[in-house]
Structures are given as structure tokens and as C-alpha cells.
Design a protein around this ligand. Structure first.
Ligand code: FES
Ligand code: FES
Length: 157
């Protein structure tokens, strides 16, 4: 039978990690179940809701449909990696300031997508902001405040 295990290494939130994974395992499962990074949320599990978003080499990716083996050699950022020395990132602060958090289930993914936009230094129109965050579903439907938080942090850059 073909070998179903593979050893992989990647950097997550600045720390080198090496582990053996089943080649069929998603990155979401490895982050939550093996590395206990439970800020990464599982919603739909099929790449539709954005709850499982992490940054891979700076790009927002749905980790539920991304195999763990594809992350070999890459840099991953989860929500746990944003605050430094107990201080929230600018993006996290903007979400708090704008009251853009209700149950919080969609928040890690949205904050990471927003972080990627800030790091790219893009100047976006309102329509472009909406398009950029359209891959995230908020079941509490707090979209106006989420939009305000993204706009605030992009404009204050
Ligand atoms: S859980 Fe990955 S996109 Fe919904
Ligand atoms: S704050 Fe509850 S799903 Fe968005």
C-alpha cells in the first residue's frame, strides 16, 4: 500500500514546526488538532465561508481545502501570531474600536484577510474592499461594522 504519511516542516507564527502528517489531512486539521491553534475556525469545511483563513506566505488561504503537505517549507500566520508582547495588532484594534465582533467566529479569518490587505499597502475603493472581504461569511451579519474596521485600518496606514 502506498505510504500515506509524510514529514513536513513549516514556520507558523515565527516558529519552526516539523511533524509527520497523513497526506490526506488538511492544514486546518493540523493547525487545530496537532498544533492546538484553535483560533483557526472550521465552518463549512468546503472553501466557502472563510472561517478557516490563514496567511500562507502572506496570502489569505482557506486552510480547510489546503492539504497540510502543501504547506511544507512555507510561512503560516494564524490569528495567534498577530498580537506582539500582549499588544493587539493595528488590524485587531480597528475591529475592537469599530465593534466589528459579535460571536467572533468569523473574526480570525477576516482579521487575517485584512492584515494581508494592509501589508500589501493597497488603496482600495469601498467596492474593492467589499469584494476583498466577500469570501467571509458572518453569521451574525455584522458586515457594516466589519467594513468600517477594514476601511479604518486601510486609511490610517
Ligand atoms: S471552513 Fe474553510 S472556507 Fe469554510
Ligand atoms: S461575528 Fe459571529 S459570525 Fe461573524
Amino acid at each position: 500500500m502506498e505510504e500515506l504519511k509524510k514529514k513536513i516542516s513549516f514556520i507558523v507564527n515565527g516558529e519552526q514546526v516539523s511533524l509527520e502528517v497523513d497526506i490526506r489531512t488538511s492544514l486546518l486539521e493540523v493547525l487545530r488538532n496537532e498544533l492546538h491553534l484553535t483560533g483557526v475556525k472550521q465552518g463549512c469545511g468546503v472553501g466557502e465561508c472563510g472561517a478557516c483563513t490563514v496567511l500562507i506566505d502572506g496570502e489569505p488561504i482557506d486552510s480547510c481545502i489546503y492539504l497540510a503537505v502543501w504547506a511544507d517549507g512555507k510561512h503560516i500566520t494564524t490569528i495567534e501570531g498577530l498580537a506582539k508582547n500582549g499588544k493587539l495588532s493595528k488590524v485587531q484594534e480597528a475591529y475592537v474600536d469599530e465593534g466589528a465582533i459579535q460571536c467572533g467566529f468569523c473574526t480570525p479569518g477576516l482579521v487575517l484577510t485584512t492584515t494581508a490587505l494592509v501589508e500589501k499597502g493597497e488603496h482600495l475603493t469601498d467596492e474593492e474592499i467589499k469584494r476583498e472581504i466577500s469570501g467571509h461569511f458572518c453569521r451574525c451579519t455584522g458586515y457594516q461594522k466589519i467594513f468600517a474596521a477594514v476601511k479604518k485600518v486601510l486609511e490610517n496606514k
